[in-house]
Design a protein around this ligand. Sequence first.
Ligand code: EZ4
Ligand code: CO
Length: 402
Amino acid sequence: MIIESAEVVVTSPDRNFVTLRLTTDDGLVGLGDATLNGRERSVVAYLAEHVAPLLVGRDAHRIEDTWQFLYRGAYWRRGPVTMAAIAAVDVALWDLKAQAAGMPLYQLLGGASRTGLLAYGHASGPSLPSLFESIHQLLEEGYRAIRVQTSVPGLSKVYGVGSSALYEPAGRVPMPVEEDWDSRSYLRHIPGVFEAVRAEFGPSLPLLHDVHHRLTPIEAARLGKELEPYDLFWLEDCTPAEDTSALRLVRQHTTTPLAIGEVFNSVYDYRSLISERLIDYVRSAVTHTGGITHLKRILEYAGQYGIKSGIHGPTDISPVGMAAALHLGLAVHNFGIQEYMKHGALTDSVFSQSFTFTDGLLHPGSAPGLGVGLDLDAAGRFPYQTAYLPINRLKDGTLHDW
Ligand code: EZ4
Ligand code: CO
């Protein structure tokens, strides 16, 4: 199974997606997701200029060797661009190997460890009634776990509050949109929101919340403590992700479970968090963490410490990246939960998909490989559009973590 071509496909149906498309001398096509939200073209260049020429002529079966070749062989290791590029190659190779075997990919990863993957959806609303309405809507769609985000009095644009079911933070804009932030207002408001949601929806519904890297360690510790009565499934990204020692302080003060890692890209980002038991869930996406080969390694390490998966699954993970997450999640022992936001109809017209969402559970399906197809004609109808994630400013104009 020799790689004959390596092509980078950029398409922007509902948003930008970067897909690596490998073809082999057996006539198989393997796909890998390399979408890095708001920085898409950096990965396109990395793949097209530096990786694709190295792949042509290689044996597509040699997944581990190719991973090491691209990681160690570059000399410049890690980083979001490099690791998204390696992830795309890795996932495309797993797709090819599983197609060659005539099996859905999860079979090659050890087979199914469960019947389906518990998914959580995104509920949001500027007010309590609109938030409740959004939660009811997700429950009707079958979701059995809900992420809760809401506006904060005095702030005009807050992360995670969408105007429609298809919440998408990256705008098709020439400059990043500015949102505003005030940690004291946020901290005063959020515990009451969870109190109200628990009172309305009862004690058993798993509830999640994303702080999106905005608090200091002591603020995050206070929030975790104040949310304890509402029994969160997790509190996500409570402090800026690169300062991992911050979680030591948070952990000393609260039993609210902690999740982090959607901006991580390597096992080395997690090493102290896992070995010191400072987190409960690993948030990495397959797409941003070196693919199935590397994320599987991280999850197996995490499993030794009772830490589970919570793979990132917003709309900026393409259907290819989502399918990879589902195959991995079905196979690993320490699956926790899978984030699942539905893609738009245009995205679904470009990517054919075999995964299912039934009674709140995701399943990757039984098609050989990843089970995702890329329609090149359809993709060609949606050229790249400039898009940026927002930025955040405090009232006095200081730039804050978004
Ligand atoms: O901000 O995917 O948990 N989900 C998130 C997402 C991220 C975006 C960034 O591209 O935090 O909304
Ligand atoms: Co998040």
